[in-house]
Write a protein that binds this ligand. Sequence first.
Ligand SMILES: [Zn+2]
Ligand SMILES: [Zn+2]
Length: 308
Amino acid sequence: MRVVFLGTSGAVPTSRRALPAVALVYNGQIVLFDCGEGTQRQLILAGFKLTRVRHVLISHLHADHVLGLPGLVISRGFIGGREPLDVYGPPGLAEFLRSTIRRVAMEVEYLLRIHETRGGVLWEGEDFQLIAEPLQHRTFCLGFAFVERGRPGRFDAERAKELGLTPGPVFGELKRGGSATLPDGRVVHGEELLGPPIPGRKIAYVVDTVPCPGAESLAQDADLLIFDSTLAAGEEEDAGHYGHATAKQALEIAAKAHARRLVLFHSSPRYEDPTELLAGLPATGIEVIVPEDFQAIEIPRRSSKDRG
Ligand SMILES: [Zn+2]
Ligand SMILES: [Zn+2]
């Protein structure tokens, strides 16, 4: 699992940074968080085919987060994408997208599903879930989390053999949590032979917002928390006035929620070098990252020792 930052600037792009868009690459597919203007080109420059984008999550209908979406949807069809595309976002998203596509006289030749939501479970797949929670911004805004399903613990094949079972289909059955009959007639259940379950990974995308309960709940136990850090520590009043957070507030939420790594994201174009946002942050033990556009972060698998 890899997270690639396609655009990291807030409000307007800069010479080095594009508007918000983050690609989460999982099993060859892309889950895209926000789609600022120019995102389709950022995807191509990052080496991705547009057809790999399978889910797009739009936080809110401010220009910097959504203007890249019509172009991406249209180009995806142009280059032969025929797989369905699911787009999720706040009420008003369908009208924006459909009317823009109609206005530029385009037709989309694949199944485009637009899901307007105010929060909850957006997608339930075999491997992961996508969830949304309302945030607090100047307009209705959603934060998102990608939640990977946990996996069963390690199967104790040695123990199974000692019990008199032979490797084969019966091992598979036990690994899936089923049961098997031993030579002496006793029944053994899968869970007796499985180690503690291995928790799945969680990526949270919480942009644009002031600190709020929705943000905290999405951040809880995240492997990677991508958080609104429009302004630097000390600028809380100004940030709050515009419905944004500071790097310090982002770190406070990350610490409270036991997030493992924090990404300071959507920084104001006033910071020529966004690593300025690191100034004045207390040491918390949490790794804090200020990504450049196109930077990729690997998300390692958890082990059974990790908390869920
Ligand atoms: Zn924004
Ligand atoms: Zn906004």
